[in-house]
Design a protein around this ligand. Structure first.
Ligand SMILES: [Mn+2]
Length: 307
């Protein structure tokens, strides 16, 4: 099967602990004086020389309602509205038979991409979707404090119930469909939630002990035997923060570039793979362009290329 990939920009960076109105997706697309690489140029090479089928659909810009909600500090309402916008773009990619790759934005944009994924596969086709969440953080904080980019999995599993937030039962994410890789910085409510629900957590200690290949074999066996589809959500901060610091919350002791490329390539090679997010990368914090080069390589790994 030759896949057709859609790139969808989600430059929504208002719900993290560092906000920006700069277009973080364009920062990744464009080549600049620091590096020889930019996503647009690289995509052009894959399409023209390698026959890849990739189309950049442009950005889902927050509409005026989202902006008004942000200005009046109605963050849950802003996210609900932006998620509707992003969801319809991702759904149309699925309906065209394509594989959407959404580039954020902070991790709150995964609410929109996953609502589309759960509506298309879980609600409409009654298929079970595994969500592989590659992140330094568990992003299932259900308390009212701190920022919404640390809560998308609480919001999608209906564990978060503040300021009118709720999810329809048909598209609620089941905790047993979540697989963490690289999580190493939990909040108490997250620790309790993971313990209570038994979410699979391939943390760094486990990775240190058995190695990345053993983790991937175990993960892919579970997906092959228990799920119909797999979706990948990649948070830049899962990478080792001693090198990769172009985000709001760099975290030392994470994945190496090789490990991250191996994980992304393996999951995206599965016939059950349906789509991916890449979030939290902030080009303006990328002082030497190394992170940008890795981000482009990671997306290239989704397209099936790996060196
Ligand atoms: Mn995250």
């Amino acid at each position: 099967m030759t896949r057709s990939y859609d790139i969808i920009g989600a430059p929504f960076n208002q719900l993290g602990c560092v906000t920006t109105t700069q277009n973080t997706v364009d920062g990744l697309r464009q080549m600049d004086e620091r590096t020889w690489i930019g996503l647009t140029d690289w995509m052009g090479v894959r399409v023209s020389r390698w026959g890849a089928r990739i189309c950049d659909l442009g950005d889902v810009q927050p509409n005026n309602k989202v902006k008004t909600c942000i200005e009046s500090a109605k963050k849950e309402s802003a996210l609900a509205e932006y998620s509707e916008q992003l969801k319809s773009k991702v759904l149309s990619s699925y309906r065209s038979g394509n594989t959407p790759i959404t580039i954020g934005g902070d991790h709150s944009i995964a609410v929109g991409t996953l609502l589309a994924t759960l509506e298309h596969y879980q609600q409409n086709k009654n298929e079970k979707v595994a969500i592989v969440w590659i992140d330094a953080h568990a992003d299932c904080n259900s308390t009212l404090d701190s920022n919404l980019h640390g809560k998308p999995l609480a919001m999608l599993t209906n564990e978060y119930s503040h300021n009118g937030w709720s999810i329809e039962p048909e598209v609620t994410l089941s905790p047993d469909s979540i697989f963490y890789i690289g999580v190493r910085d939990l909040m108490p409510s997250e620790y309790e939630f993971i313990k209570r629900t038994g979410i699979a957590n391939f943390g760094m200690t486990h990775l240190d002990t058995v190695g990345i290949q053993a983790v991937l074999i175990e993960l892919m066996e579970k997906i092959d035997s228990q799920f119909d589809r797999v979706y990948l959500s990649f948070d830049y901060d899962v990478l080792d923060g001693s090198v990769y610091r172009a985000c709001a919350t760099p975290n030392v002791g994470g994945l190496s570039a090789r490990e991250a490329l191996h994980i992304v390539h393996t999951i995206a090679s599965s016939p059950k793979f349906v789509g991916a997010d890449f979030v939290e990368y902030m080009p303006e914090l990328d002082t030497n362009g190394v992170s940008k080069e890795l981000m482009v390589k990671l997306i290239d790994a989704v397209w099936g290329f790996r060196a």
